[in-house]
Ligand binder design. Sequence first.
Ligand SMILES: Nc1ncnc2c1ncn2[C@@H]1O[C@H](COP(=O)(O)OP(=O)(O)O)[C@@H](O)[C@H]1O
Ligand SMILES: [Mg+2]
Length: 551
Amino acid sequence: MDTRELEKLLLRIDGQGYGKYKQLKEKIIEYKGYTGKLTKVQGDPHAPPSIIEVNIPKPTHGLDYPLHKPRFYKPISDFATRILYSKTRKYTSKCGLGNSCTTTLPKPSPRMLYRSSATFGRDSLVLRFSIGLPAEGRRVNGVKAYKLLARTVPRIVNETLEALSEGETVWNHIKWYMLQEEVRDYLSENGYSFIIGAGAVLPRRAGFSQEPLENAVPFKPPPQLEKEVCVEHGCIRGMLVEDGVNIITGGAYHGKTTLLQAVQEGVYNHIPGDGRETVVSTADTMLVQAEDGRSVSCVDISILFQDLPDGRSSRCFNTMNASGSTSMASSISEALELGSKHILFDEDTSATNLLYKDEVMKKLIPEDPIKPLNENIRPLYEKHHISFTAITTASSTFLPHATLILKMKHYTPTKIENPNPEPLTSRVDGTHSLPRERVFLGVQGFRRVKYSKGKVLVEYEKRGVLEYPVGKNPRIIEESQVKFIVAAVRRAVKSWEGARMKNIAGLVGDNLEKRGFEYYADPVPPDLAEASGMDVVWVLNRLYGLNVKQA
Ligand SMILES: Nc1ncnc2c1ncn2[C@@H]1O[C@H](COP(=O)(O)OP(=O)(O)O)[C@@H](O)[C@H]1O
Ligand SMILES: [Mg+2]
């Protein structure tokens, strides 16, 4: 229908019950050069707002990039979302009960992500955002609804298209994305774990903020490690760190944790101006921590544990309430099971007893089932090429095994030599194998999964509703990513039974690229952002009732 027919419809239902808006659902509205439709119509002015989906054919959007290639459409999606976000903010208003007349999108973080608010179908650009259909009391306000749908929506869309037609700014966004992607490929192909650009700004303004800290000390690479990596779309000059056992040490408050967090953040591409757009790590980089109380389902932790005192085998470790050391051993083993080749840990958030044991304690408690990491770390690197980047300050026991030691002082690293080259005698024979892989067999008693306030909620048949706080995973920062993870967990339970956990991690991204957000949600909401399949498995691994068998 054209906007005149839209006006007629809205005037006909004006003043009637709010539910009459349902008539708009899926009706195609013709604008100049594109169409729109409401894929979801709210039932009440206070309910979560309705969703408008705008379909813009190529002659109108005019974007001249190979739009079937993720390396183009992902940064354009991210860029378009940022513009769309600012336009929805510019034109949002409140004109009645609840969210009447609001136009909204969640604020994107500095990560460049593929987002459901801007996607491509064949050659057309699809924009999605939330709109609150206006209520007069609890009734339809047809006049305001007409203004919103016939005037405000095209204004938002036209201004977004205008910004997208400024080729140079879009290209700059794409270029930064490509640069980081290509450097990430370079790292994996050439035996490097990460690079931190000279001049990068690593600290954030506050713990809850993703904004760069003002007046921060810019990153300065130690001269021995300063290298330049050049790829098709540019160069990054900075501290280039080879695969190996990298130990970061230094006094408290000298910037160690900030550095490690930046390395973790380097699995994502960042927008220019973020400060971390020259920080790149291999995609499989995973920080592990102690997480007392987590659930573990048949994880092979035998690399780090001998059989447990109650006689249970460490090759299939189960618990609904892990200790510090078993939780961390499980998380490391799960990361290795997924094929991660770069593990990060910070002494501060680790189980110390899993990290190290000195000679005296070894004699005192020979029955301890823990095979501490300080004895394991070098064999893991030498035999399986697993790299580590870790912060340790309380004990020197990692130093003899390190291939690189960095000391942080005033937020600046220097490369130092090992002051104590005498290695401890090792209990580890070096012949151990990587954790056995597991096959996903569903979640026992699973009823449904949903998102609520940054958490993943799972409703079970008998257990009730359990909350999984994903905030503990530093790879997940945006609510839109949590929402995507929820949708992917739902998909995993429905369709991926029988797949190996490792393959599920791959299925998440492959399906997103091949089938789009439609594969995960119907209708597609405007607030999903891609997350790594590893993080979807991260959540699955923590679910009570996770059913697996070893392959
Ligand atoms: N390059 C920097 N410039 C200014 N402040 C920084 C820089 N790096 C970190 N900080 C700030 O210093 C404080 C301590 O950093 P942190 O990384 O936690 O230190 P550590 O882990 O060594 O104790 C934090 O408030 C952090 O934001
Ligand atoms: Mg710290």
